[in-house]
Design a protein around this ligand. Structure first.
Ligand code: ZN
Length: 137
């Protein structure tokens, strides 16, 4: 799916707006994500931390799980907004790769400025995937 400049801006803006709902009282590092699916829908997500630290969840995975739980299986692009243009963690890269290695990844800061444009494949080359579980392949 071609993701034009207008859509890229829209995704970064959606991630920026979602970021206000991040629940990050421990890290003070709010993250907003916005995911474009192949069907053209946008799902946003924020990091949701917890007093029991490991039970929190990243913004990117919240967005993916929201999309998948509504029947989406193909991702086209994801925008991630943090204060300083931070990168998705390894776990999020793995989850994103399950639903599209070609997924465009837009990393932006809290001014909405694009810091990096990349892809899931570039962020996690040779990822473990569904075919690794198929012993007959
Ligand atoms: Zn993450």
């Amino acid at each position: 799916m071609m993701v034009d400049d207008e859509m890229r801006k829209k995704l970064v803006q959606a991630a920026l707006e979602a970021r206000q709902w991040a629940y990050a009282p421990y890290s003070n590092y709010p993250v907003g994500a916005a995911l474009l699916t192949a069907s053209g829908k946008i799902y946003d997500g924020v990091n949701v931390e917890n007093a029991a630290y490991p039970t929190g969840m990243c913004a990117e995975r919240v967005a993916v799980f929201k999309a998948v739980s509504e029947g989406e299986r193909q991702l086209a692009a994801v925008a991630v907004v943090t204060a300083n243009g931070g990168m998705p963690c390894g776990a999020c890269r793995q989850v994103l790769s399950e639903f599209g290695k070609d997924t465009l990844v837009l990393i932006a800061n809290d001014k909405g400025e694009l810091v990096l444009e990349t892809s899931v494949e570039k962020l996690l080359p040779s990822a473990f995937g569904p075919t690794d579980l198929n012993l007959e392949a």
